[in-house]
Design a protein around this ligand. Structure first.
Ligand code: IMP
Ligand code: MG
Length: 174
């Protein structure tokens, strides 16, 4: 089976939105240091671009989680594949994700991180598919709300492909 990709959000739209998010976060965290937690692998492109747009001091850490499920659906059972390198105790933390879909991964992850006693904990996602929500997740910073379509690009994959696209596209199976 092959697939085609139809552009949903252009490179310019995504770049502009990340710039705006960076400005808002820089204002919100004025006088503080922000500790970004990138959720691998999908969050990596967004995290790098966002970090470059934040003007307060930034530190970075990475976490990798896998949710047991098929390619297009997560099951809600989440395993930490790579944990953080550093403690987040007493830090102002923002989790940076590519997309919130059912909310299962993030609701697990945020609960887990909360128990590690950060000073504050917020969530920033490039994309949100609110129609698909099964678990309630409070999102503090959202790039775009998108319809219930499977998307790729800017870190998001279909069977590990297309993460490197500089725009967001909808996958159509032929
Ligand atoms: P959730 O637990 O259902 O919210 O799903 C979270 C994860 O599923 C995301 O971090 C993505 O890795 C993946 N995912 C959900 N929707 C899409 C999509 O449209 N394209 C690519 N990956 C997706
Ligand atoms: Mg992800």
């Amino acid at each position: 089976m092959s697939e085609t990709i139809r552009e949903l959000l252009s490179e310019e739209e995504v770049d502009q939105k990340i710039k705006e998010l960076g400005e808002v976060i820089s204002r919100d965290y004025e006088g503080k240091q922000v500790h970004l937690i990138c959720v691998l692998k999908g969050g990596v492109f967004f995290t790098c671009e966002l970090a470059k747009r934040i003007t307060v001091p930034v530190s970075l850490d990475f976490m990798s989680v896998s949710s047991y499920g098929d390619e297009t659906k997560s099951s809600g059972v989440v395993k930490i594949v790579k944990d953080l390198d550093e403690s987040i105790e007493n830090k102002d933390v923002i989790v940076v994700e590519d997309i919130v879909d059912s909310g299962r991964t993030l609701s697990y992850l945020l609960e887990n991180l909360k128990s590690r006693k950060p000073k504050s904990l917020r969530l920033c996602t490039l994309l949100d598919k609110p129609e698909r929500r099964v678990k309630k997740v409070e999102v503090d910073y959202t790039g775009f709300e998108i319809p219930d379509e499977f998307v790729v690009g800017y870190g998001l994959d279909y069977a590990q492909k297309y993460r490197n696209l500089p725009y967001i596209g909808i996958v159509k199976l032929d």
